[in-house]
Write a protein that binds this ligand. Structure first.
Ligand SMILES: CC(C)(COP(=O)(O)OP(=O)(O)OC[C@H]1O[C@@H](n2cnc3c(N)ncnc32)[C@H](O)[C@@H]1OP(=O)(O)O)[C@@H](O)C(=O)NCCC(=O)NCCS
Length: 176
């Protein structure tokens, strides 16, 4: 594979070209219009949230995710975490290890930030995230932005910041 360029930026630092690139990549996987993607970003992603983009040297965006600041209550204890979402890889470059590189990069970012990663996972992708060192948090019930959430919640806690125990209740403050 050619040289990779890994960029981490907050929303307010994204250049117009990077915003267009990430929307075009997201459209490969979530078939909304450009306008709908822009509206979703405006409504759900804040100026100080993080974005990770992996470009091939020549300028093709291979992979993208966002890492948003989120408050998570687990068994009534509150944690500030980084919510990882919109993880995606260019379809022409799938199954070449790019997704694993993206996850290794965000794992390093989470560790350096002395934070905890959380993601809301579709069941078929549990293996992918476990392969990248993430773990399922088991809970009796979970809510995201006040709505009942019935899929899997996973976390990455490199600095052992919270006490792991089976959660009776997880509440995630926002969607991402
Ligand atoms: C999930 C995704 C990011 C993986 O990217 P990738 O670059 O193809 O992943 P890798 O090549 O690093 O795969 C590493 C391993 O993860 C697993 N894996 C990868 N993609 C998978 C998928 N779609 N479903 C289940 N397991 C998967 C495989 O075990 C794979 O190992 P293998 O290639 O030896 O079989 C990519 O398939 C994608 O963009 N999916 C659509 C968007 C999406 O649903 N994102 C999740 C939002 S929460």
């Amino acid at each position: 594979m050619n040289e990779l360029v890994i960029k981490t930026k907050i929303t307010s630092e994204l250049e117009e070209r990077e915003m267009n690139d990430l929307i075009t990549l997201k459209q490969q996987h979530w078939g909304y219009s450009v306008e709908e993607h822009k509206n979703w970003l405006a409504d759900n992603i804040y100026p100080d949230d993080n974005h990770m983009l992996i470009y091939r040297g020549g300028g093709v965006l291979l992979a993208y995710l966002n890492a948003v600041n989120v408050d998570v209550s687990i068994n009534q204890s509150m944690y500030r975490m980084l919510g990882i979402g919109n993880v995606c890889v260019d379809k022409d470059n799938a199954h070449a290890g790019v997704g694993s590189i993206l996850m290794a990069c965000i794992n390093a970012f989470i560790k350096k930030a002395d934070s905890i990663g959380i993601l809301l996972c579709k069941e078929p992708l549990i293996n992918f995230y476990e392969h990248s060192g993430w773990q399922i948090i088991r809970s009796q019930s979970s809510f995201v932005n006040g709505q009942l959430f019935s899929h899997t919640i996973m976390n990455f806690d490199p600095n052992h910041k919270y006490i792991k125990e089976d959660a009776s209740l997880i509440e995630v403050s926002r969607n991402f």
